[in-house]
Design a protein around this ligand. Sequence first.
Ligand SMILES: [Zn+2]
Length: 373
Amino acid sequence: MGRVIAVCISEAKGTQKKNVHSAEFIEDWGIRNDAHAGKWHRQVSLLSHDKIEAFRARGAQVEDGAFGENLVVEGIDFASFPVGTIFRCNDVVLELTQVGKKCHHGCEIFRKMGDCIMPREGVFTKVLHGGVISEGDELTVDHKKNKILTFSYDDGVTQDVHLIELFHKYHMKATFNLNSGLLGQENELVRDGVRISHNKNKPEDVRFIYDGHEVAAHTLTHPLLTQIEDVQEIIRQVEEDRIKLSDLCGYEVIGMAYPGGGVNYNDHVSDVIRKHTGIRYARTTCSSHSFDLQNHLYQFQPSVYHHTEMDRMFEMGREFLELKTDERKIFYVWGHAYEFDIRNEWKRFEEFLEMMSGREDIAYCTNREAFLL
Ligand SMILES: [Zn+2]
């Protein structure tokens, strides 16, 4: 249980907030008169008082609200909770939607101190129910959502745009694995005798198209990494892609999916990536048909492949909805958005999203959020 130390708002984004001691929280909006209120997923930000105190102890002179945080709360380590956690205070219900954020380069605090705690300690929430919060009120952690649903889509094709519309419609998030060296290229594929477009989104559109989701690496040019003998070339394919995509997105990319079918990874390749790149998880194309957590994040096995295992995906989906668990479980679906064109399965996939959506006990996350990275 925590205690509210300050309630802060500001007129403009990117500025320090001021303690107003008490404020009204509006459902699916944010705090009245606050610059961050709106129809998005970062309506209210929270920061632990204890973390601010530790920062002050290092010589920083910061007022409550200086990091742009709305609520300063004593006794709760917010960054330790997963996306989907519920916080309650009086009538107000907040759902954790994002842990940490990119710091505005040269925010005032960063310029003075060479560090800022908001990017790693701040969390963002949506207002599920409105009310009033004042200094001194008690804030509780209600329940954690143990069931995580996440998606992963490869190649950065133009069909991603429609897929993202569907994810938005059902309030879900996904991760998209892009080849920065192939962005903007036009191409066609023949699959099951059907000619389908395999055009890639343009680099300048990446930030906009994938906003609110996660962009991850897929190598520069999509080679089979297991067939590359030169270790430096494996590193270049992964790390240069990661850095280019980070530039395009404006945040640090830390995930990847192995490109190509068949044997697209092995212990050697995943070890090289783990030791020599900034990648922190890598997805394979081998279905686990399981919701269990896995300990080898550099050889992560998705639960199911939407394309060749569509029926299985529905089966597992129903199983996941029924599942009662005290442990964290992840349902991880992967594929390529262009595959929906082959047998025109867009409608069917939408039915799946509709079936899985809006559940109180499921958190809808990007991959990195699912892995608590
Ligand atoms: Zn691919």
